[in-house]
Design a protein around this ligand. Structure first.
Ligand code: AMP
Ligand code: MG
Length: 342
């Protein structure tokens, strides 16, 4: 059996280091943009830098790991993109001063593992790219998958306030991090201090009759807005309870917001025909929310199945909520006959 405590500890160290780098790129977005004259470049740099930092630390501390990362080094290896390579190198040196172009490229490619293994890590180096560019929420999301399930999840949310009374759309100075081991629990810690105290969190089920608060993507293309409204209206009418307008935030931070009891549900209803959710967009968040006591399934109530390669091929959409609310959402989806497009 893997040493789960060690996997979580190393995952945390890796995500913390990556967050220091992405934070720094975010603070210098204008500068980086002017350097590269391309709006996409800051994302690229921060994505590659975060993947390299995580890949390097996992390899160094755990040996021959399999890491399935969202990025690969092909773009940075292209001579025409030397300016991006140099900017990425400058970014990683904040936490890895001796990095060279070669060692950086090698570290990015630690993430080129494939999913044909019984267990492997998966990484979204910057989940919620649009949030990252808007200076709002984004996440560095690292999950360890065994068979069809994530068993370790570490998610750094560099801009998420730990204090739930603070607004979600204002970037927080320290951010917070969530780390979970399946069957053991989920912990909260500062995002910028790998030695900070881990505090165990759990959430209560929704209390009958209390209002329901939900969260969803900022990006309208990522989750079906009109179906979400229909589901919420249906629940409000059928159960005579107040259901608030969805709070919108980018990235897997939505799973954390449900895990810590700030929202009662995260709805991600399918939009365009044939879209398959990516494993790195859900592995860490799914583990974290489940360990806090939420259910995480697709819109038909099926568990997310991580055993079909890089996509959640057997699932449609995502519903994450504590048991009572989860049941109501699945009932509403069924009653309204909501089906994925196509
Ligand atoms: P969010 O920040 O929750 O809106 O999710 C960001 C993630 O949505 C990105 O990492 C993309 O992988 C993913 N994504 C891109 N297109 C779609 C789509 N049509 N439906 C659902 N998710 C998508
Ligand atoms: Mg993503």
């Amino acid at each position: 059996m893997p040493d789960y405590a060690k996997l979580m500890e190393v995952g945390r160290e890796a995500v913390c280091a990556a967050a220091i780098v992405t934070n720094q790129v975010q603070n210098a977005l204008d500068e980086v943009r002017s350097l590269t004259k391309d709006d996409k470049s800051p994302v690229t740099i921060a994505d590659y830098a975060a993947q390299a930092v995580v890949g390097r630390i996992l390899r160094e501390r755990l040996g021959d790991v399999i890491l399935v990362g969202e990025e690969d080094s092909a773009f940075l290896r292209d001579e025409d993109n030397a300016v991006f390579l140099n900017a990425t190198l400058a970014a990683v040196r904040e936490v890895w001063p001796e990095a060279t172009a070669d060692s950086l490229l090698e570290a990015v490619d630690v993430g080129s593992g494939d999913t044909h293994h019984r267990h492997f890590w998966t990484l979204d180096p910057i989940d919620g790219t649009k949030g990252f560019l808007r200076d709002q929420q984004y996440a560095i999301a690292l999950g360890y998958i065994e068979g069809d399930t994530p068993t370790v999840g570490v998610m750094g949310c560099p801009n998420l306030p730990v204090d739930m009374s603070e607004p979600l759309d204002v970037p927080h100075e320290h951010g917070c991090m969530y780390a979970a081991i399946k069957g053991v629990g989920v912990y909260e810690a500062p995002c910028d201090d790998p030695t900070g105290e881990l505090i165990r969190i759990t959430r209560l089920d929704h209390v009958e009759g209390e209002p329901i608060s939900v969260c969803a993507s900022v990006e309208k293309a990522h989750s079906n807005v009109s179906d979400t409204d229909r589901v919420l209206e249906h629940i409000a009418k059928t159960h005579g309870i107040e259901v608030g307008e969805p709070v919108r935030l980018d990235s897997q931070a939505k799973y954390a917001v449900v895990a810590r009891g700030q929202a009662d549900a995260y709805l991600r209803l399918p939009t365009r025909r044939g879209y398959v959710e990516r494993i790195w967009d859900h592995a860490a968040g799914c583990c974290i929310a489940c360990e806090a006591g939420a259910f995480v399934t697709d819109i038909f109530g099926r568990n997310l199945d991580f055993s079909h390669g890089r996509g959640l091929e057997k699932n449609k959409g995502v519903i994450c909520a504590p048991p009572r609310v989860h049941g109501r959402i699945i009932e509403a989806i069924e009653a309204l006959g909501i089906q994925p497009a196509g």
